[in-house]
Design a protein around this ligand. Sequence first.
Ligand code: FES
Ligand SMILES: [Fe+2]
Length: 430
Amino acid sequence: MDVSNLVEESNDRFRVSSKLYSSPEIFDQEMRDIFGSTWVYLAHESQLPDSGDYITTTIGIQPVIVTRLEDQSIAVLLNRCAHRGAVVCREGRGHADTFRCPYHAWVYANDGRLVAPAQRTGYPEEFQSWNLNLDRVPRVETYRGLIFACISSEVEPLSQRLRHIKRYIDAWDDRSPSGHTSVFAAVQEYVFPGNWKFQMENGVDGYHGNYVHESFAKLLDRSGELSLGSLTRSRNQLGSLNFSKGFPYGDGLLERSEGMLGTFDSSRYPKYREQLKDAFGEERAKDIVIQRNIFIFPNLYLFESHIRVIRPLKHDSSVVEVYPTILGGADKEVNSARLREHERFFGPASFGATDDIEMFVSAQSGARADYFEAWFDMSRGLYREKLNEDGSRVGHSTDEVPQRAAYRQWRVCMTRELGGKGIDKRGVAS
Ligand code: FES
Ligand SMILES: [Fe+2]
């Protein structure tokens, strides 16, 4: 299917077709051409500290097991029995040397090798050479504790893929004075009846905050914690600490002053600031505490105090997983404060994330009736977007710069086979 004309860009207009959210056919193609062909985030290394530890998740819609082997390396196995396809491991996480399929009890080692089929005598001797192992995902690499995998072996090394966004990942991870960021074992999950790309767009959308999160801002204003007027002013101000960025490969960034809308404010914790200064020097410490929402195409967000993973289920159904983080080397007081702020805005009974999810559901209902041709506009700030040497683009924090970057890359991935409209000579959207 040629989908290249479903993302339209001219000098000052940018829009995407509602089919991107409503078409099961496009969803299937996304699973193959995006989730099946590019680096996808799976888990954080702190979720698998010891050999034998594993978690289960998905690459797109394909169930996988992420497991730490005896030599401490990480393997990603398709969680699909070589016998008749059943999901072999049904637990979310655990510790195991072997996995036993619940259907006919074939047993696999945690590196994917078939150890034994049940009632072995039903198979001939040559059975051993039939290669009935769990398939291994060919490419698995980590960066700063973040585990990525790619189903296609023909992909650039992860460090090359991340080269434009690395400096921001480093700053995010260096919030831990000891260099050990870890995630909570427990995950907070939102399942919503909407397309996965609504979450992709939202975490670096600096436009909606004044409106969708107005109720929370009013509450902070009433309690005297924050003034609504100054919040709106600082949001609207054009300045070095209020901008959005879009990168080649579809990554995005929203950067704003610390402490905005009740988020963690490190200036209230001088000892923590001193620790960062001692560990990284004064200039770098200042950079590290800047509040950033970082998006790594297609499914990872690094927020101030949590990792957010997008898992598509169907064209109109998705899961968002939220993993709060703990900063190694920081005082308990700092980690507790971060968690309290997190719960207040992003938790299940919060004022922030829940409002966003409601908007995704609402937008899905706008896209659903695709017998009316609909286009969704993402032109905000295109006329003033600045293109840098390295292919990144920058605009005001309320501009739709990151969303456009993501959809440019979406088009690159989805049209690669057709010769790719909009692909530059590196095969990357810019
Ligand atoms: S499907 Fe797994 S053992 Fe039969
Ligand atoms: Fe939001």
